[in-house]
Design a protein around this ligand. Structure first.
Ligand code: NAD
Ligand code: K
Ligand code: MN
Length: 358
């Protein structure tokens, strides 16, 4: 029997709660399918590890997970440690060296969940946002001088390469081409950022020539936020920079009902390195340790992991089980206006997986 080696990295806060729920669900779907198994290795990297060792993960951490088939991630973010230390020390320390340059973020209003937008249903809000995940505003280039003095200055340089922009645009056009409506919106801020963003727009025109069947347009990021709220049905596939897409996808998640349901895949499309799957949310300090985090974003990320591993039947079954559970308001966590707990939702999804007609 095929056995997939998965690295589970819960990190901190509700990351630990949703990843343990996600592992339970992965074990359940493998058992239900019967044609493959998971070997799940757990890594206790994150804030507590940092407090003991002065770093978020071991020096050879990446070597320890480089040969796994996929990574299931929770969140990097600890109340006692500055956010930039946890983010750069764990999540970006995995994403960037593993060249997971395509961050794919589907958004859809799941059955039983209400969008804060009036009159919106799943058919009108069915998007995939592609986030450039390796450079741009998150290049890590910059510096700070004369700290604390009146002449203090600081920079974060947004570095874009032709190769980096071209590969993410090509990925987004290909993804748009695979979707029924074949629409792509290329989001930039090329009126104000007149170097890199103009280069994006130019490369988009070049790449588009290879995808004649994709209908595409371009949009400034500020106008895009308005379009997402006012004309959600006009959007299908979206591609944007690391920072812009990060912001747009939290908005997208909220418009689909909650940040807690939104999934993401950090893909290394060439499969030289493992890809990483995680909910888009963070550690949620306000609710951590209470057992009420919504695990749906992690379960949906597990669906994306199964698709990536080449198990479409299992992916389809798990997605159906998730939708059956969201359709039932008894299994809505507080972020969706309900009273269910993480464990209730997890149990319901596992029961749905084993149900006769899922
Ligand atoms: P957050 O996503 O942790 O929380 C934002 C809000 O959404 C909070 O009110 C939270 O309670 C709610 N929320 C998020 N996920 C939820 C879920 N599954 N169920 C119910 N409610 C949920 O964002 P933040 O507060 O800006 O960040 C907190 C920490 O997490 C910071 O350290 C930040 O850097 C980190 N973070 C990490 C990642 C990551 O590792 N990928 C992503 C975002 C934030
Ligand atoms: K996360
Ligand atoms: Mn984010």
């Amino acid at each position: 029997m095929k056995t997939y080696k998965i690295a589970a990295i819960p990190g901190d806060g509700i990351g630990t709660e949703v990843v343990s729920a996600g592992v339970e669900v992965l074990e359940a779907i493998a058992k239900r399918e019967g044609s493959f198994a998971f070997k799940i290795d757990h890594f206790d990297w994150g804030g507590d590890y940092y407090k003991k060792h002065g770093r978020m993960m071991p020096v050879d951490g990446r070597d320890q997970i480089a040969r796994h088939d996929a990574i299931l991630f929770g969140s990097a973010g600890h109340p006692d440690i500055p956010d930039h230390v946890t983010l750069w020390g764990l999540r970006l320390a995995i994403c960037q060296p593993f060249d997971q340059y395509a961050n794919v973020r589907p958004t859809r209003v799941l059955p039983g969940i209400t969008s804060p937008l009036r009159h919106v249903n799943g058919n009108e809000l069915d998007w995939v946002i592609v986030r450039e995940n390796s450079e741009g505003e998150y290049s890590g280039v910059g510096g700070r001088v004369h700290q604390g003095s009146p002449i203090e200055a600081a920079t974060d340089v947004s570095m874009f390469t032709r190769a980096g922009v071209e590969r993410i645009l090509r990925f987004a056009f290909r993804l748009a081409q695979s979707r029924p409506r074949k629409l792509l919106t290329v989001v930039t801020k090329s009126n104000a950022q007149r170097h890199a963003m103009v280069m994006w727009d130019e490369i988009a025109v070049e790449v588009a020539a290879d995808f004649k069947d994709v209908t595409w347009d371009k949009m400034l990021v500020d106008a895009m936020t308005m379009r997402m709220v006012m004309k959600p049905g006009s959007i299908d596939t979206v591609v944007a920079t690391n920072l812009h897409a990060d912001i747009l996808s939290d908005l997208a998640a909220a418009l689909a009902g909650s940040l807690g349901i939104a999934p993401t895949a950090n893909l290394n499309p060439e499969r030289t390195y493992p890809s990483m799957f995680e909910p888009i949310h963070g550690s949620a300090f306000d609710i951590m340790g209470k057992g009420v985090a919504n695990p749906v974003g992690t379960f949906w990320s597990a669906v994306m992991m199964l698709e990536h591993l080449g198990e479409p039947a299992a992916a389809g079954r798990l997605m159906k089980a998730i939708e059956r559970v969201t359709a039932d308001k008894r299994f809505h966590t507080p972020d969706l206006g309900g009273t269910a707990r993480t464990a209730d939702v997890t149990k319901a999804v596992i029961e749905a997986i084993h149900g006769a007609n899922v």
